[in-house]
Design a protein around this ligand. Structure first.
Ligand code: NAP
Length: 284
């Protein structure tokens, strides 16, 4: 591990995804998860969870309200290649709305790569939402081929949605019990490896719950400036239009201060086209 951390290697997206897959398979055998549920039977543990985020070199996770402008071909290839590895992909409802998510893995080549790894052709798409204000015409929800799991404490159901939708409703009063919900993802849907793609508020909640195992952070060779948006109440307290203001960029984690802060161990550093790809394991 130390030798890896000491060198920066160039990579292709497919190579890096393959490397992650084989390393994570090995981890799973020994089940290195150290967070909540570590002592439980494997079938009752939360999935091993990765967070994939991109930030500008000056620490912004959004530019004009979106993550897209921070990326380029190399980063987009990696974003899609990483989806060939997990059993499920999780996003916050606001990211679903803003980024207008589509099917998670639709391309035949990527589906074949997953099948070659012994995985379902497409990861389960998981969305966390408290409001359930999700437009059924969002591409992911409008696609009859998509299978979406909604994690919520809300008892309502979505109407007009053409995707196959299941609900995970493990709540602690009005709030989602995140640890319980993650355990249910494993028990009901066989999710052993989960990839969270943000956004920043959802990401922080996973860290606070002790559910995040690794951070996959891409540093974009770009300076964007502007103020970091402040949102102590979580994104539910941030009006939608705030994220669209150029001066209100989000950092990769947003919400309450982490107390105590969480330490990271560097696992690997890769580089391509001036992008840095950093893989960290969270210290517990
Ligand atoms: N740089 C990157 O890598 C990256 C990655 C992803 C997204 N982004 C950007 O980040 C922005 C969106 O991120 P965001 O942080 O504002 O929002 P977000 O994390 O995508 O979504 C937040 C929403 O998720 C739901 N949620 C989160 N935690 C919950 C919990 N514990 N219980 C119940 N519901 C929960 C709530 O949904 P409801 O509103 O339905 O109640 C909440 O408003 C967009 O601008 C997007 O482009 C950047």
């Amino acid at each position: 591990m130390e030798a890896l951390a000491g060198s920066v290697r160039t990579f292709t997206a497919a190579e890096l995804a393959a490397e992650l897959h084989s390393e994570l398979c090995a981890l799973e055998e020994g089940d290195a998860r150290a967070g909540p549920g570590a002592q439980a039977e494997p079938s009752a543990r939360p999935p091993y969870t990765l967070l994939n985020m991109i930030a500008s070199a000056d620490g912004r996770a959004t530019e004009q309200g979106r993550s897209g402008p921070l990326g380029a071909r190399a980063d987009r290839e990696l974003f899609h290649a990483l989806r060939t590895v997990p059993d499920a992909v999780l996003i916050g409802a606001r990211t679903l709305r803003i980024e207008r998510y589509n099917r998670i893995v639709a391309e035949p080549q990527a589906r074949a790569a997953r099948a070659a790894r012994g995985l379902e052709a497409e990861p389960l798409a998981c969305v966390i939402s408290s409001s359930l204000e999700l437009d059924p015409e969002l591409p992911l929800l409008a696609d009859p081929e998509a299978h979406v799991v909604i994690i919520t404490a809300n008892q309502a159901t979505l109407s007009g949605v053409r995707a196959q939708v299941d609900y995970v409703r493990v709540s602690d009063g009005a709030q989602v019990d995140l640890i319980g919900a993650f355990c249910e993802l494993r028990e009901r849907f066989g999710v052993k490896l989960l990839l969270c793609e943000g956004g920043p508020h959802t990401a922080l909640e996973l860290v606070r719950a002790g559910l995040l195992d690794e951070l996959l952070l891409t540093i974009s060779p770009r300076l964007t400036g502007g103020d970091i948006a402040s949102s102590p109440a979580g994104s539910r307290g941030v009006p939608a239009e705030v994220g669209e203001l150029p001066e209100a960029a989000l950092p990769i984690l947003s919400g309450e201060v982490l107390q105590p802060p969480v330490g990271l161990s560097l696992v690997s550093v890769h580089s391509t086209d001036s992008f840095l790809f950093l893989r960290y394991r969270l210290r517990r």
